[in-house]
Ligand binder design. Structure first.
Ligand code: SF4
Length: 465
């Protein structure tokens, strides 16, 4: 009987995609997926350290797995992967009382099956390592090494989404924003060869995916290592030419790296979705400087003007942090006024909490009181909610094109999808419509999604996104 694996993922799209890659690697090594940790021979917890809560989830989950091991007298091999694994390493063992068998860093995931096999071998013999005294001790398998190679074997990734495919174009980041752990956990910026990216897009389309999402910490910094002169715009043009592909998304561009060439290409290439996730983090130039973002409030607003002048139907979303060290009431008012001025379609907003070893953690006092951080985030989220409700209400009565990508979260009888602008649309319909582009007349709108009915007639023709 085949051995079973379970992967649990916390965090961002990049983590979700790493989990897809690890699932493929484990299947290649002969494991089968299971949904139940009790049945699993291997449980991988793929962690995120961008937010504190994700770390807490890891330790809660490790405690639950310890209980399974205690209750059943045997338990799965437990592997911890992702940014917390990279950052904390052996400290995870101490904090979780040694429940983890394998710790695999963000750049070492290709070594996961080998580490799991080694852990399984050790468990089988019951001898993990011997001290000179002859006493057996348990030595976990840890690989946190930096690996430069960003290639990944074609056809191995086990994609979890039947409609959309994540494709990595850049790993790591060199920006060192003062609040961010990514340059420490994912390493320095490494570009993936254009040929690899295109091969993966072709493969995803051949496997039935209609949309690709190109992933990188700063996608618009892309330079093809195997095609001198090919930048992110050139890559988008090449991906756009892939037959059968309907939609292209990417996350995230950085406000510092927008060229007119890119904006003109976006305007002229119909498969590129009319949505830009453009993290701003604060509306105050003073705070942006402390964050080491290397742009100002004014230059960001100027960029928004350029984007809207070139791609008028674009929807914008962003990330925002409140309560960054030194953020005054006046700084926060600038965050509110920037939010009101830009009118983002959606926003991920966070209360600042120091991430270990970042510049902000080491050099700046976390001096905004927790109660004040809460007051600020409540005010920001209320403003954002009213803006996105208004924006969604403008769709009522009109028709939108939707790529149906799954069942609705709310009701069994509904399916859902997204417009090119990334608005979530719920509609009644059968699961057979998943993967189709359909026309929907919007009947009503809420802050996070709209609801509508499919227009009579036809699916949009392939290629007509
Ligand atoms: Fe982190 Fe800044 Fe790099 Fe984004 S650009 S991943 S926030 S360091």
């Amino acid at each position: 009987m085949a051995r079973k694996y379970l992967i649990e993922t916390f965090g961002c799209q990049m983590n979700v995609h790493d989990s897809e890659r690890m699932a493929g690697l484990l299947e290649q090594a002969g494991f089968e997926a299971t949904e139940d940790a009790v049945d699993a021979d291997v449980v991988v917890i793929n962690t995120c350290s961008v937010r504190e809560r994700a770390e807490e989830k890891l330790y809660t989950r490790l405690g639950e797995l310890a209980l399974i091991k205690a209750e059943h007298g045997r338990g799965p091999i437990v592997a911890v992967a992702g940014c917390v694994a990279q950052q904390e390493g052996e400290a995870i063992l101490r904090r979780s009382r040694g429940i983890a068998d394998v710790i695999v860093g963000t750049q070492a995931i290709r070594r996961l099956p080998m580490l799991v096999e080694q852990a399984a071998g050790k468990k089988g013999t019951g001898i993990f390592s011997r001290r000179a005294s002859g006493e057996s001790i348990r030595v976990p398998l840890i690989d946190l090494d930096p690996y430069e190679d960003v290639t990944f074997p074609l056809g191995v990734t086990r994609r979890s989404d039947p409609v959309k495919a994540y494709v990595t174009i850049i790993e790591g980041c060199n920006e060192f924003c003062s609040f961010c752990v990514v340059p420490y956990t994912r390493g320095h910026e490494r570009m993936r060869p254009k040929a690899d990216i295109l091969a993966e897009v072709h493969e995803a389309v051949a496997g039935g995916r209609r949309e690709v999402q190109l992933l990188g910490q700063i996608v618009n910094h892309y330079r093809a290592p195997d095609d001198p002169g090919c930048d992110f715009t050139g890559l988008l043009e090449a991906v756009h030419d892939v037959p059968g592909l309907e939609r292209i998304r990417f996350a995230s561009p950085h406000p510092r790296h927008f060229s007119d060439r890119f904006l003109n290409a976006m305007a002229g290439l119909p498969k590129i979705c009319r949505h830009l996730h453009l993290p701003v983090q604060s509306g105050s130039t003073r705070v942006l400087e402390a964050m080491r973002r290397r742009y100002t409030r004014e230059s960001y607003l100027d960029l928004i003007g350029r984007i809207r002048a070139t791609v008028p139907d674009v929807a914008l979303s962003t990330d925002m942090i409140v309560g960054f060290p030194g953020e005054t009431g006046a700084d926060f008012e600038e965050t509110l006024s920037l939010t009101a001025a830009v009118r983002f379609h959606s926003m991920f907003s966070f209360k600042y909490s120091p991430r270990p070893n970042t510049l902000a953690d080491l050099r700046l006092a976390d001096d905004v009181h927790e109660g004040e951080k809460t007051r600020r985030i409540v005010a920001l989220q209320a403003l954002q909610r009213s803006i996105q409700t208004e924006l969604n209400e403008t769709l009522v009565g009109g028709e939108v094109e939707v790529l149906v990508d799954g069942a609705s979260r709310r009701r069994d009888t509904e399916i859902s999808g997204r417009t090119s602008q990334n608005v979530v649309v719920n509609l009644p319909g059968p699961a057979e419509w998943i993967g189709r582009l359909v026309g929907v007349r919007v009947e009503r709108a809420g802050p996070y999604s709209v609801w509508g009915l499919r227009t009579d007639g036809f699916d949009f023709a392939p290629g007509g996104a």
